[in-house]
Design a protein around this ligand. Structure first.
Ligand code: FO1
Length: 327
């Protein structure tokens, strides 16, 4: 059974651990899950290209993640970061660990040598062996920027800042008027992405940020159409439980696009496939069992990824819901 998953960073990676475990336990002969990963969080710092979501998936599934932080390497040291700060070279709001730096150095030199991001990711995964086929959503550069009120403009003008600055320096507290995925209109799906959707027996949308992670993937040319055309059922898991995001600040992103922070509202935001949306099935937490999404089968199951067992159960529920649902 071929499964393709869409995922962003920390929450999505945690879920992917369960999905990988469910496939290994229940369908041992199946090919590795293909993960189509958001690259809109990517940024360039100190001339290095950094891909937070690709690295978080790779480290989490490859056993290198710092599980408490959810991002970056376990047993990390921060000497280079401290030395940069000693020179007054920031930004101090983006933690670059010494081990993590090696990943960015290898990626940057391969990109500079002309390798596409998908080939770079495959090369990095030769070391980490994540047990999934990890694909960037595109080899073309896409960056999420956030339109805010310019604090330096008394006339009340607006300006755009990089998502990471908004997320990490400003903790998503600056009102976001709009998210602009710079480059997404011209970005082509990376090699294998559309095929992984068309040839899938099931597509699973992980409980990642529905705006800046899943929303960005869906913005890449051809991906929505591939979801509409595939014979595979499409099932998604709500990243909002009981009116709040499981992790991160997805609520700040949802309010910026006028979507209420609820499992029902996010499900309706994704929409049913019969009505121009992408979903056949929508998993909500038991607390949100009253949620309804027109044309979509809603399943209420525990969605708190408290441990490996809980995440495995969630993944099994997603697979069962996808396979039992309408297509
Ligand atoms: N998240 C933080 O909360 N603080 C950081 O300093 C930070 C640094 C960082 C460095 C590399 C990387 O791959 C991820 C990093 N993240 C950090 C997480 C990152 O902001 C998120 O994973 C996503 O980009 C937002 O969902």
């Amino acid at each position: 059974m071929r499964v393709t998953a869409f995922a962003g960073g920390i929450g999505g990676s945690r879920f992917l651990l369960g999905l990988r475990a469910a496939m290994a336990a229940d369908r041992p002969g199946a090919p590795p899950v293909t993960v189509v990963c958001n690259t809109g969080d990517d940024l360039t710092l100190h001339s290095l290209r950094i891909c937070p979501d690709l690295d978080t998936v790779m480290y989490t599934l490859g056993g290198g993640i710092d599980a408490e932080r959810g991002w970056g390497r376990v047993d990390e040291t921060w000497t280079a970061r401290t030395e940069l700060a000693a020179y007054g070279v920031g930004p101090e709001w983006f933690g670059l660990g010494d081990r993590d730096l090696a990943t960015h150095l290898v990626r940057t030199q391969m990109l500079d040598a002309g390798y596409p991001l998908s080939a770079v990711t495959a090369a990095l995964c030769e070391r980490w062996r994540p047990g999934v086929s990890l694909l960037p959503m595109s080899d073309d550069r896409v960056e999420t920027h956030v339109v805010i009120d310019d604090p330096d403009d008394p006339a009340g003008g607006r300006r755009a800042i990089h998502f990471q600055q908004w997320w990490l320096r400003h903790h998503a507290e600056l009102a976001a008027h709009e998210f602009v995925q710079v480059g997404v209109a011209d970005a082509r799906p990376a090699p294998g992405v559309l095929d992984s959707i068309g040839a899938a027996d099931l597509v699973v949308i992980a409980p990642s940020n529905p705006v800046v992670s899943i929303g960005t993937i869906l913005g890449v040319r051809g991906i929505r159409e591939a979801l509409a055309d595939t014979a595979a059922p499409v099932v998604a898991l709500s990243p909002i439980v009981g009116g709040a995001p499981l992790r991160g600040m997805a609520d700040a992103c949802l309010s910026a696009i006028g979507v209420e922070t609820s499992a029902e509202a996010v499900g309706r935001h994704y929409g049913g496939r019969g009505a121009g949306g992408v979903l056949d099935a929508w998993l909500v937490d038991t607390r949100d069992a009253a949620a309804t999404v027109p044309g979509v089968d809603v399943h209420a199951v525990p969605l708190l990824m408290t441990d490996a067992g809980a995440t495995l159960a969630m993944a099994r529920a997603a697979i069962a819901a996808g396979l039992s649902g309408r297509r």
